[in-house]
Structure formats: structure tokens, C-alpha cells
Design a protein around this ligand. Structure first.
Ligand SMILES: [Zn+2]
Length: 123
């Protein structure tokens, strides 16, 4: 039986910002990157896993497989290709935070990450 062609993949620790829901990981030891709302940042590559976060927002982590070798990921960072590193697709406009000025009820929350509201469930 022929062996299936193995797609190169690398296991990474993916961190999702609970604020903007962007999922990101660090591709190299010095690859420091932040999510688009800036509340969550990752650093450390595979040597150590460092997460900077806003305790009011929080983050979640899980393992993900990226279709690339470690070397490719490293090069992606090193050469600033930036093809990898952000796992989640960009947030669709409609789910993104309102660009208009926040309504009165939003004013008491601090930072625009906290303004995300759960959509009401349809009955
Ligand atoms: Zn964020």
C-alpha cells in the first residue's frame, strides 16, 4: 500500500483573543504579535509560550496544526511574509465592532474590546 503523501504541518499553540476573536500564534522565539484589538499578544515561538492579555478580556488557547514546516514558519516571520501567524479569518464587517460612536449603553465599558455583545438568539 502506498504511503499517503504527508503534508508538512507544525503543531502550534494558538491563542484566541476573547475580545476580537482573532486567533494567533508566535512563529519564532522573537515573533511578538498582537491581535487586531491589541488586547492579546503572543511571543516566544516554540521555546516558550508567552501571552500578554487584558484580564478584562481574557484569552483561550488550543493546539492547532499549521500546514507548514517550522522552517517555513520561521522564514515567514523572518522575511516578513506574514502569510502565517493569524489563524482565524478576518472578522466579517457585520460582526466587527461598530465603527460608529458607541451608544449610550456602551459608554460605561472601558476599551472597545469590551463592547462586543452577544447577538440575541432567535426564538
Ligand atoms: Zn483582540
Amino acid at each position: 500500500m502506498p504511503k499517503p503523501v504527508k503534508t508538512p504541518r507544525t503543531r502550534v499553540v494558538a491563542t484566541t483573543c476573547n475580545g476580537c476573536k482573532q486567533e494567533l500564534f508566535s512563529r519564532a522565539r522573537h515573533d511578538f504579535r498582537s491581535c487586531k484589538c491589541g488586547k492579546t499578544s503572543v511571543d516566544g515561538g516554540y521555546d516558550y509560550n508567552k501571552v500578554g492579555f487584558d484580564p478584562n478580556v481574557g484569552f483561550t488557547q488550543r493546539h492547532r496544526y499549521v500546514k507548514a514546516t517550522r522552517q517555513e514558519l520561521y522564514d515567514d516571520w523572518n522575511k516578513r511574509t506574514d502569510k502565517f501567524g493569524i489563524l482565524s479569518p478576518p472578522v466579517p464587517e457585520k460582526d466587527a465592532l461598530p465603527k460608529k460612536r458607541p451608544s449610550r449603553s456602551d459608554k460605561q465599558t472601558e476599551g472597545w474590546c469590551n463592547v462586543i455583545r452577544k447577538l440575541p438568539r432567535r426564538q
